[in-house]
Design a protein. Structure first.
Length: 261
């Protein structure tokens, strides 16, 4: 026979379980809703990038606009710029593509307004020559572009990319000429260049056909990897599923408790 004290404890326990279940349900439901919002944001981002990639090229941001360049507004925008390459300051950064391991070939381009923009001229497979573990060259003069004054101008069309951050797992090693990320400011410092643009340009295939003096292999352009991880729908279903499980378990416990009473 159930005593009054036992009934009170049972009710108190049910209230506590109900509160805990309510908090868990609300938390899981909120997380699922947040993932739905994240899904809409990701789909809108992918759509914007698709539009930028296939749009007509526009002039690359000049020196006056460098400080306004950001990933949200400019990443993967098709741009065009002209100038002369500083071939001696080319930097090779490690790349891993479906076609294999190799390097991205970054060469500074001196533009008409006096700026320097790094151009990713394309991909070179490992073992094809060109890269060497040479020490970084001595700092150049501040007027580095004066060395290519009067050289024939080249026009580059490609996708604007913002500077990458140095990885905490594999830090760049300028003294050994090992570059794992396209950290433009670090590359400029190692090459003794003055201020460079906060972005680089992934050259398209035709633009990458320019042959520079002393090169033993020509990079393959137009290989920009555009990929966005989009697991938000899976996460949303997971969180909503957990919320339903909590609701179902609560109903089952409440039903059995009433029967016991």
């Amino acid at each position: 026979m159930t005593t009054g004290a036992s009934r009170q404890r049972s009710r108190a326990l049910r209230v506590i379980l109900a509160l805990v279940a309510g908090v868990m349900f609300a938390g899981f439901f909120a997380l699922g809703t947040w993932q739905i919002f994240r899904l809409q944001w990701k789909l809108a981002l992918i759509d914007r990038v698709e539009q930028r990639v296939h749009a007509a090229p526009t002039p690359a941001p000049g020196i006056a606009d460098w400080r306004r360049v950001n990933a949200g507004d400019d990443e993967y925008r098709r741009v065009r710029l002209s100038g002369a390459y500083l071939a001696a300051s080319t930097t090779w950064t490690l790349a891993s593509l479906e076609r294999g391991i190799g390097y991205w070939v970054l060469t500074p381009l001196c533009t008409a307004d006096g700026g320097i923009v790094m151009v990713n001229r394309g991909f070179v497979p490992a073992g094809s020559g060109g890269w060497s573990a040479r020490p970084a060259p001595a700092p150049a003069a501040a007027d580095a572009c004066a060395r290519v004054a009067g050289a024939p101008a080249v026009t580059v069309t490609g996708l604007l990319r913002v500077s990458e951050k140095t990885s905490s797992l594999r830090a760049n090693e300028p003294e050994r000429n090992y570059w794992y990320t396209r950290d433009l400011q670090a590359i400029a410092k190692a090459r003794g260049l003055p201020a460079v643009a906060p972005y680089f340009v992934d050259a398209d295939a035709p633009s990458a056909q320019v042959e520079l003096p002393g090169e033993s292999v020509r990079p393959t352009g137009g290989l920009t990897v555009i990929s966005f991880v989009n697991n938000h729908l899976v996460y949303a279903i997971t969180w909503f599923g957990l919320a339903l499980m909590v609701a179902g378990a609560t109903w089952w416990v409440a039903r059995d408790t009433r029967r016991a009473d």
